[in-house]
Design a protein around this ligand. Structure first.
Ligand code: ASP
Length: 310
């Protein structure tokens, strides 16, 4: 059904970047970047473009920004590397593409799109995924592109403080987007550097269809937070299933999964979710969630909070 409520909603991670009471030096820049990314994706929808392209457009901008834990600005793994995950799903066709542990493709979300459209597979990992992206003609980037001084200092501080412990630490700042286009079709995408200090080729929920990313004909969902919990609770698909099989609204379904399932189990995080009527939900159990959205019915907003790295 054609939609007059075409909408682009994105997130820039959950939690807080700085301890409570600490000035938030880049607040205006976060605000500007989130707003610009939401408007760029919305412009695609306004011109009649697909929700898939709108999601990819917004996420490429956030990946290229050093402010977020995705693409440029990704956190460092235990080995001191930037290893990125991304997924993109088309709700109308259930086509999906994802990459995990990529290190050389500049925009992992575009690599996910290439997997969706130009491969026979859903998820490619590591060097093979980077090779595929390069063979598809996607832009590559050297390690220096992804590395930011701020993330490196975070990593160094963690190494120094936890020299005796090799447990991964949760550092949030993932990006995700969901969109409803004029044709009434939904799409979802998520891109991340994963968790700071992750080891052994750890992959989180973001590139796993049904966990951190999912879209079908009833809703589109992108998650952010402690990935292991989102994996165990198949968060994104659970929200879609509650809507499809139980008739819950997007708000009720997303709230139930985040606050009544994942949070009691110990998993902190949040989702952005969008239904086929342009209704949005953004529940989170962390202290905050960065988000921005633009809707054809005039609704718009941006939220930047004092995120903390726990
Ligand atoms: N969910 C991501 C992961 O576990 C992290 C995040 O959302 O920041 O890889």
């Amino acid at each position: 059904m054609p939609s007059t409520n075409f909408t682009l909603l994105l997130h820039g991670g959950s939690g807080r970047l700085y301890p409570a009471g600490t000035p938030f030096p880049q607040e205006a820049e976060y605000h500007r970047t989130l707003t610009a990314a939401a408007q760029a994706g919305f412009a695609v929808l306004a011109e009649g473009g697909s929700s898939l392209t709108a999601v990819e457009t917004s996420l490429r901008l956030l990946e290229d920004s050093p402010l977020f834990n995705a693409g440029r600005g990704s956190v460092f793994s235990h080995a001191g590397l930037n290893e990125m995950d991304a997924a993109l799903m088309d709700g109308a066709t259930l086509q999906a593409g994802a990459v995990a542990g990529v290190r050389t493709v500049r925009n992992p979300i575009s690599a996910a799109r290439a997997v969706l459209e130009r491969s026979a597979h859903v998820l490619l990992t590591g060097a093979g995924a980077d090779q595929f992206a390069a063979e598809m003609g996607l832009e590559t980037a050297p390690p220096e592109w992804f590395r930011t001084e701020e993330r490196w200092q975070q990593f160094q501080a963690l190494q120094a403080a936890a020299a005796s412990s090799s447990a991964p630490t949760t550092k949030y700042g993932t990006v995700g987007a969901v969109a409803l286009d004029q044709a009434g079709q939904l799409a979802a995408g998520t891109s991340t550097g994963g968790m700071l200090n992750k080891q052994y080729g750890r992959v989180g929920d973001s590139p796993i269809i049904g966990a951190g990313t999912y879209a079908n004909h009833v809703c589109a969902v992108s998650g952010t937070g402690h990935g292991e919990f989102f994996l165990r609770h198949t968060v994104a698909h659970d929200i879609a299933a509650l809507m499809e099989y139980r008739g819950l609204s997007v708000e009720a379904a997303a709230h139930l999964v985040i606050h009544e399932k994942v949070a009691p189990a110990g998993g902190k995080g949040g989702v952005i979710a969008l239904d086929g009527h342009g209704r949005v939900a953004m529940p989170h159990s962390t202290e905050g969630l960065f988000w921005a959205y633009v809707s054809a019915d005039g609704r718009t907003g941006t939220n930047v909070c004092n995120m903390i790295v726990e």
